[in-house]
Design a protein around this ligand. Sequence first.
Ligand SMILES: [Mn+2]
Length: 326
Amino acid sequence: MTSTIVVAHGDADGVCSASLIRAALGEVDVFFSHPAGLLKDVREASEAGYSRMVIVDISLSQPHINELTEVLGSLKKKGVEIVYIDHHPWPFGVGKEVFPGDVYHMVGVSASELTYHYFRGRLEGDIERVALFGAIADYEDVTPWVIDALKRWDKRDVYYEAGILSLGLEGSRRDYDFKRIVVKLLSENTAPSTIDKLVEKAIEESRNNEEMRLRVKENVRVVGRVAYVVNPGGSLGRAAIYAYSYAGAVVGIAVEERKDGHYNMSLRTWKPNVDLNRILRRITPVLGGTGGGHRAAAGARIPIESFPRFLEMLDEALGGGSPWPG
Ligand SMILES: [Mn+2]
């Protein structure tokens, strides 16, 4: 066992962040988690006797925030070093200054870029490429640092590699052992395009996505400024983008029906002044659901019977007038 545990999100931004931490600190144990599971996973990890815990790219979920603060607080009292690096909107009800441990938090920047800056003194310069992959994968590729760093590489290659990485990881959803291998390889600055299994998964995933694009085109429906598609059979985030694109809507939603009577969904918008996180945190609890995320990319889970009302409330929240600028 190593002395550091990294608790990271399992998408490309989380994997790149974990890789940068491994590049900076050497051997680390990597555990993949997500907002709803973070409290439980941190509880379990806290039993294992690590001397350092780095949590990265995982949003602090509102219902768990107080308990999580307690668990981390008692770890800190035991002398465990705690670092939290993230770029999701900060939850209500707890100040960054009272959150236990070292907090490095900012929105509008990928977790990978934050992690790179946080550990900059311990990193080789050319590992910045991994931070660029994570930034591109999380659509945070227009920050001043990313724009500048891209000039030190051929940006076509960087985007190509970032595409293989994010598609390949999306095609490896619950294959955590493989993701840990990717973390190790990226921490050694291996290019994603040289990892055979990642390339295979990426090709498979992009073919699935292309079939899905056509299904979205056929099946997209519109309520006011909102376009939605049910059970697109593929990446919900991408389906949500295709939904608003094909329908000419402000917000796109891709919904997946769950056996427990809920719709799980991803939402996307192209419009800079729309804040999906804020809207979802307000309207989903009223409908017996949960929701949030980033301004332009968010997720929600609501009972199926509430979905028509959800669409109306979302459209209302988007305001009046033409959906198009100008
Ligand atoms: Mn992220």
